[in-house]
Design a protein around this ligand. Structure first.
Ligand code: SAH
Ligand code: SF4
Ligand code: F3S
Length: 444
């Protein structure tokens, strides 16, 4: 079904239809940075077609919900949000509600069955045909196929950034080959595909010319790109690009050379996001994560030695099947030794299709909650410890608008003093450290 909406025909129709009456589109994004990057691209496509983009649902003729499937909670949240839109549809029968992204890919028909006010359900790669589908008044379900997934690599050839922003998301790969036993991503996003290094660098250059100062190189396992290290070095030397970040680093492919490259290039941010998931080798094995707690710690300690000011953040899952107290203690042990700057913590959520969903989800909700609370407490303690090291220091921020900005280590800082537009450089004297942010006074 997907084949008839090819990229070429989509581009052609877009050119031919630019004169028609302007419609307004509202796009809401759930999920990870991949989805955020996709939504930006989609906004560009709608804008090319002559649509107005709105932040106000009440103004929309078309609503697009870009969804996530990573945990049951993410799906439930999106479904209840979408459920409430039936009133909007009742008041405006011509309203087109489109569900795109990972949950659309996973649930397909089920979404339209449960939410009859939804018109179009489209997978993550195929979603770029939505403007065309609306134009042709096509309704229904169009999911990703192996072909449509392949096509996407052509589709990300133009700069994905918004004029009001100073930072651009640049996907360098898509999909994932790792099949961690708990994770739905490989099933909804397909296998890994790498973007050519020259395309990535050209996009960085092109957004630098538009005034973008920061790029975030994206991939589910960004460091598995075969030319990752070259991309880092080249992106770091583009004139105008002052900060380069990359997420997410897979621990098994995180080597010392990457740390050395970051240390050598001032434009490469001193920030590493490396998900631990568990500190127990037994659980890591069941998760099909291909590294050990020791090798994980080794790389974090190397970062600490080589770049003491660098931030290291992580993701941790508690309550994976068969996680015993002793396994959980091992996770706490790594948290204590690694002293993460930030931890994103989750209760295990069985996902359809994954191999872990066939295992007995034997850690009770109560124990999962208890472990999460203990873990969060420990993580916050260490994060505060790290943030306190900045007390009394001057930090350079890129403003995110108002009186809030980020350091190159990705820490959020609020300041007293005059506000600043997004992207402006601000120097703040840090006065107070909290676990998730810092406060200070603007000095420049
Ligand atoms: N590609 C990244 C992770 C992407 S998903 C990596 O390999 O690390 C973001 C985070 O969601 C994961 O790191 C994991 O901690 C969490 N997550 C994924 N599937 C989950 C599940 N089924 N239950 C709970 N947390 C999950
Ligand atoms: Fe999911 Fe694992 Fe791939 Fe990350 S590396 S996206 S956790 S399968
Ligand atoms: Fe969610 Fe899809 Fe990202 S499942 S985490 S939006 S790749």
């Amino acid at each position: 079904m997907g084949g008839q909406y090819s990229r070429e025909s989509s581009k052609k129709i877009m050119k031919n239809t630019s004169k028609r009456i302007k419609k307004t589109v509202y796009i809401k994004t759930f999920g990870c940075q991949m989805n955020k990057a996709d939504s930006r691209r989609l906004k560009e496509l709608f804008a090319m077609e002559g649509y107005n983009i709105t932040e106000k649902k009440s103004k929309a003729d078309v609503m697009v919900y870009n969804t996530c499937s990573v945990r049951g909670h993410a799906e439930n949240k999106a479904m209840s949000h979408l459920g409430r839109l039936k009133f909007a549809k009742k008041n405006k029968p011509d309203l087109k509600i489109c569900v795109v992204g990972c949950m659309a890919q996973r649930m397909g028909e089920e979404i339209i069955e449960r939410l009859p006010h939804v018109s179009i359900v489209v997978g993550p790669s195929t979603m770029f045909r939505i403007p065309l589908m609306i134009e042709e008044e096509v309704e229904g379900v169009v999911l990703d196929t192996a072909d449509s997934v392949k096509e996407f690599s052509d589709y990300i050839d133009e700069a994905a950034c918004e004029k009001s922003e100073y930072s651009g998301y640049i996907p360098i790969m898509k999909g994932c080959n790792n099949f961690c036993s708990y994770c739905i991503v490989p099933y909804v996003r397909g296998r890994e595909q790498y973007r050519d290094k020259s395309d990535v660098i050209n996009e960085c250059r092109s957004i630098a010319k538009k005034g973008i100062k920061e790029v975030m190189l994206l991939g589910q396992t960004v460091n598995s790109h075969p030319r990752f290290k070259d991309i880092l070095k080249e992106a770091a030397s583009i004139s105008g690009i002052e900060r380069v970040r990359f997420v997410t680093s897979y621990p098994g492919q995180m080597d010392r050379e990457i740390v050395d490259i970051v240390a050598e290039h001032s434009a490469l941010c001193n920030y590493f996001h490396i998900p631990l998931q568990s500190g127990s080798d037994r659980i890591l094995k069941k998760m099909n994560r291909k590294y050990t707690a020791e090798s994980f710690l080794d790389i974090v300690l190397y970062i600490r030695e080589k770049i003491p000011s660098a931030s290291v953040s992580t993701d941790i899952i508690v309550g994976f099947p068969e996680e015993k107290n002793a396994d959980f203690q091992k996770t706490l042990d790594i948290v204590e030794k690694a002293v993460f700057d930030q931890c994103f913590t989750f209760k295990y959520s069985p996902r359809p299709m994954t191999t872990a969903s066939k295992m007995d989800d034997d850690v009770s909700v109560k124990v999962k909650k208890e472990r999460l609370a203990i873990l969060n407490r420990e993580c916050e303690k260490r994060a505060l410890e790290r943030n306190k090291m900045l007390n009394g220091k001057r930090v350079e921020l890129f403003s995110e608008g108002g009186r809030k900005g980020r350091t190159d280590t990705y820490k959020i800082v609020f300041w007293e003093g005059s506000p600043s537009p997004p992207g402006e450089k601000v120097i703040v004297n840090v006065k107070k450290a909290m676990p998730h942010s810092l406060k200070g006074v603007r000095v420049l």
